[in-house]
Design a protein around this ligand. Structure first.
Ligand SMILES: *Cc1c(COP(=O)(O)O)cnc(C)c1O
Length: 390
């Protein structure tokens, strides 16, 4: 018997989730129905944020967040090199210039000290960023108080890319409370903590930002009688005020998301259980296990180990290939964005972020999802032990 391949991430869909989607299919609304505001309210209440706007992906949420904050041509946006390309692309969609701030090698998150040093230089150069997007890499919050304080001093706005972090906490608040940011964005892609197949959410406490994001989510069009600029022509009348998009989520997806939310805390608890067991099983291996900041509770989207180079021993690539050959769905998150061909060709040919590059050369993501069994985990660790030749 050959063992099946263990993926690095996998959704967990219950009978209740299936029933919720089927009920919606049989209802009057497939999109723009009652499930969307219910899903939004549930997440706003959960996070302790005033507003939640559901959209068709986190990428869309990042885009409307940047638009609502007025990002445009001539502006500058900074994010982390260690992220999915969408965090940086949001700036380019708006015609802004994108630059990066190197990571803290322990957490893989944007380093506040490096951010401060870069802000000082940018101030001297008269090129301060309008928006900074810290990314809660692997589900562990960035040092948001430090970043929020720098935002006040240097006058930039903050969008948290919390795609990995729904269900996580920073100090005594849930990520998404936006205590130290303008907007926080979640992703509900199937590998993430909860899923709507495709989907995302933008959280904010600011009424005006919420209204602007709602406008950009749906063609820049409004029916709100208070906002109309011309004569109200009648009940059919709407006005376009901005060049918006169709970034709406469907009711089917919102019903799935709402149903998944009832297990969000359980999913995160289960991810911690698996992560703690990995910590124990890996204790005697020549790898660096994930660092936990004492003031955060990670959502544990990813369990990333670092495999430092050892003389005469298999390097990261060899270790990855051996594990993949053993049927383990290892992954690498992420190839640094500034080194992508598109970014090299658009101003970053000479860019260097040493901690990000070193991290990238050592990182391996091990499988982690609620349905991962102890037997699966033993297989992963045995394959890693063999691959390391340890
Ligand atoms: C998944 C992810 C995104 C994009 O999410 P989508 O919902 O697929 O658009 C953005 N940023 C990070 C860090 C992600 O992991």
């Amino acid at each position: 018997m050959t063992a099946s391949r263990i993926p690095y991430g996998r959704q967990d869909i219950s009978d209740d989730d299936v029933a919720a989607v089927i009920d919606t299919l049989k209802s009057d609304f497939l999109t723009q129905g009652p499930a969307i505001p219910r899903f939004e309210k549930a997440l706003a209440d959960y996070c302790g944020a005033k507003h939640a706007l559901a959209v068709n992906s986190a990428t869309s949420a990042l885009h409307i967040a940047c638009l609502a904050l007025g990002l445009g041509k001539g502006d500058v946006l900074w994010t982390s090199p260690i992220t999915f390309v969408a965090s940086a692309n949001a700036g380019l969609y708006c015609g802004a210039e994108v630059d990066f701030v190197d990571i803290d090698p322990a957490t893989f998150n944007m380093c506040p000290d490096k951010l401060e040093a870069k802000l000082e230089q940018a101030k001297r150069d008269g090129r301060l960023p309008k928006i900074v997007i810290p990314v809660h890499m692997t589900g562990q919050s960035c040092d948001m108080e430090a970043i929020g304080n720098l935002a006040k001093v240097y006058g930039f706005r903050v969008i948290e890319d919390a795609s990995h972090a729904v269900g996580g906490r920073y100090r005594d608040r849930h990520v998404g409370a936006c205590e130290h940011s303008d907007i926080a964005v979640f992703s509900f892609h199937p590998v993430k903590i909860i899923t709507t197949a495709e989907g995302g959410m933008a959280m904010t406490n600011d009424d005006e930002l919420a209204a602007r994001m709602a406008l950009f989510r749906s063609h820049g069009v409004t029916r709100d009688p208070k906002l109309l600029e011309q004569k109200d022509e009648g009940p059919w009348y709407y006005e376009q005020h901005e060049l918006g998009f169709n970034y709406r989520i469907t009711d089917l997806q919102a019903a799935l998301g709402l149903s998944q939310m009832s297990r969000l805390d359980e999913f995160v608890r289960r991810r911690h259980e698996i992560a703690a067991r990995y910590d124990e099983l890996l204790a005697d291996l020549p790898v660096v296990i994930p660092h936990r900041r004492q003031d955060t509770y990670s959502a544990f989207h990813l369990y990333v180990i670092r495999v430092p180079a050892r003389v005469g021993k298999p390097d990261r690539r060899k270790v990855f290939e051996s594990m993949a050959a053993a049927g383990i769905g290892v992954n690498v998150h992420y190839f640094p964005v500034h080194a992508q061909p598109y970014y090299r060709a658009n101003g970053h040919a000479g860019s260097s972020f040493p901690e990000s590059e070193l991290y990238y050369s050592e990182a391996i993501t091990l499988p982690l999802f609620p349905g991962l069994t102890p037997d699966d985990q033993d297989r992963v660790v045995n394959a890693l032990r063999d691959a390391l030749d340890a």
